[in-house]
Design a protein around this ligand. Structure first.
Ligand SMILES: [Zn+2]
Ligand SMILES: [Zn+2]
Length: 293
């Protein structure tokens, strides 16, 4: 079973990562992986100031691809896919007009959203895999929110589920990344916060993915970050299977090489228990099956 880690980040293209692509490749060799896919952040959130610049401004895809080609040459045994984590695609189709634009560190409004950038990323012929993620509602990343009550969490989860439907119906992604992402931060803040209350809405989003032949990611970062389960966990994986979903990808969301393919054995076990027989990775935007051994 030569699994491929389909969700990894590198510095400087992902400002919150510390690993280089070469370090990921060396780790993949050590672990005996089939390879990994580079999915640096490409968030369509011009309102989100990360200190120096909005995330998308950090992304030089030509330079990233040049580095990847060199690392590929040095590691011919590995599959190293060129992907992207395209965040907040819904901003293209559903701008949140009711929320005023955020200002940068200099006090000036951050630039307006530029859909042409996400189109260019999605239609890049070099692309092997496009992850679609949702990190925000109301123009704020869940990782930066202050949670104050169960009621507030429930309302944010309602908005998240609602947004998820349009995201899953319209994003050009190949796989939906880390479903249940907000729960990680709400639980860390001490709230119970259940997305299961939004089951019908989330099911609508997942049905759209099935209809469009998209995959659902099992993100293992939840297991090593104290969340106690993968993102999403068993409940949603069983729903995915019941709705006819077959395509599942395994992603560690490694921002450090030590996290590459972290907890993949546990995730594979979980998927097998839920009735899945394969994990998939993508090459030239097409799913490739790896049977669980
Ligand atoms: Zn993400
Ligand atoms: Zn990520």
């Amino acid at each position: 079973m030569r699994l491929v880690d389909t969700h990894t980040h590198t510095f400087p293209f992902s400002p919150d990562a510390e690993a280089s692509l070469e370090e990921h490749a060396a780790a993949a060799e050590r672990l005996g992986l089939g390879g990994f896919i580079l999915t640096d952040h490409c968030d369509m959130v011009p309102w989100q100031d990360v200190g120096c610049a909005p995330y998308w401004a950090n992304f030089d895809r030509d330079r990233s691809f040049d580095i990847l080609c060199k690392v590929r040459e040095r590691h011919p045994r590995l599959y190293i896919g060129f992907g992207a984590e395209l965040g907040e695609w819904y901003a293209d189709v559903e701008p949140d007009e009711a929320v005023p634009p955020k200002c940068g560190a200099d006090g000036r409004p951050l630039p307006p959203h530029a859909p042409v950038r996400s189109d260019a990323i999605a239609s890049d012929p070099r692309l092997d895999f496009l992850l679609g993620s949702m990190h925000t509602v109301l123009r704020e990343d869940f990782s930066r929110m202050t949670f104050t009550s169960e009621e507030q969490c429930a309302e944010l989860l309602r908005l998240y589920a609602e947004r998820l439907v349009s995201h899953c119906e319209s994003s050009p992604m190949d796989a939906l990344a880390h479903l249940t992402y907000p729960l990680r931060y709400m639980r860390r803040a001490g709230f119970r916060a259940e997305l299961t209350r939004e089951r019908d809405t989330v099911a609508e989003a997942l049905r759209a993915l099935v209809r469009r032949g998209k995959a659902l990611e099992v993100n293992t970062s939840g297991l090593r970050q104290g969340h106690g389960e993968t993102l999403p966990g068993k409940y949603w994986l069983e729903l995915w299977r019941d709705l006819g979903g077959e395509l599942v990808t395994l992603g560690s969301d490694a921002h450090y090489s030590r996290d590459l393919a972290a907890d993949f054995a546990a995730a594979a076990e979980l998927l097998r228990a839920c009735g899945f027989r394969y994990a998939f990775y993508y090459r030239e935007r097409r799913p490739v099956a790896v049977p669980f051994g």
